[in-house]
Design a protein around this ligand. Structure first.
Ligand code: AMP
Length: 211
C-alpha cells in the first residue's frame, strides 16, 4: 500500500505516518526527516531548511528515488512531506508508473490554522527517534522522549518567522496538490484537529478499502 500524506505543517503528518507505519508494517518516508538527518547538508540547503523554503525538486526527487528503491519499501510506504509541488507529484506518478505501482490514497490531514500555530510553536522533537510532542501531546517527563528516553528539542524551523513562511509556501506551492489528487479520485480527508487517536479512527473508516 502506497499512501501520500498531505497537509500543512503541524497537521500531524509525522505522528500519523508513524502510527500507520507500525500498524500496517510499511515504512514512513519523510523527506524532511531525511534532510534533517543528513550530516553533510550544504550551507545553502541548511539555510533553505531553517527558513522554511523548499529545496529544489531535483534534489528531493533524487533523495526519494534512492529511498523508495530500498527493499523495505517493496510492499508499500507512507510518504510524509512529499510531494510538495505539482511537479513533484507528476514525478512521483511517472516513477510509480515505471515500477507498475499505484498510490492507494492521498490522505489530507486537515486542522485549523490556530491549531497549527499552537502545535508548531510548542512542538519538540526527539533527537533520537524523531517522535514529536506539543502542548496537545506532551511528553510524560519534561524534556524526555516517552518512547526512547532521549532528549527532545525544538526543530530549527519551528519558530514564528519560519512558520509564517512555511504556511505561505504551503498555500502557494503545496495546496494545489490536493486538487491534483482529487481529480485522480485518490483524495481522502481526515480531521486532524483533535488528537492522533481521533485522526486514526477517521483514517480507519476507509483504510480497509485501500490496497
Ligand atoms: P518537513 O519535515 O516535512 O516539515 O520538512 C522540513 C523542510 O524540509 C521543509 O520546510 C523544506 O525545507 C524541506 N523539504 C522537505 N520535504 C521537501 C520536499 N518534498 N520538497 C522540498 N523541500 C522539502
Amino acid at each position: 500500500m502506497i499512501l501520500v500524506l498531505l497537509g500543512a505543517p503541524g497537521t500531524g503528518k509525522g505522528t500519523i505516518s508513524r502510527i500507520i507505519s507500525e500498524k500496517y508494517n510499511i515504512p514512513c518516508v519523510s523527506t524532511g526527516e531525511m534532510l534533517r538527518k543528513t550530516e553533510d547538508l550544504t550551507e545553502e540547503a541548511r539555510d533553505l531548511l531553517s527558513k522554511g523554503e523548499l529545496l529544489p525538486d531535483s534534489v528531493i526527487n533524487d533523495l526519494l528515488v534512492k529511498r523508495i528503491s530500498k527493499e523495505d519499501c517493496a510492499n508499500g510506504f507512507i510518504l510524509d512531506g512529499y510531494p510538495r509541488t505539482i511537479s513533484q507529484a507528476e514525478s512521483l506518478d511517472e516513477l510509480l508508473k515505471g515500477l507498475n505501482k499505484n498510490i492507494a490514497a492521498a490522505v489530507h490531514l486537515d486542522a485549523p490554522i490556530e491549531t497549527i500555530y499552537r502545535r508548531i510553536l510548542s512542538r519538540q522533537e526527539c533527537v533520537n527517534c524523531r517522535a514529536t510532542y506539543s502542548k496537545d501531546t506532551p511528553t510524560k517527563v519534561e524534556g524526555i522522549c516517552d518512547k526512547c528516553g532521549s532528549e527532545v528539542k525544538v526543530r530549527m524551523d519551528d519558530n514564528k518567522e519560519a512558520l509564517d513562511n512555511r504556511m505561505e509556501v504551503y498555500e502557494k506551492k503545496t495546496k494545489p496538490i490536493i486538487e491534483y489528487y482529487k481529480k485522480q479520485n485518490l483524495l481522502r480527508v481526515v480531521d486532524s484537529s483533535k488528537n492522533p487517536e481521533y485522526a486514526m479512527m477517521k483514517f480507519e473508516e476507509f483504510a480497509n478499502d485501500l490496497h
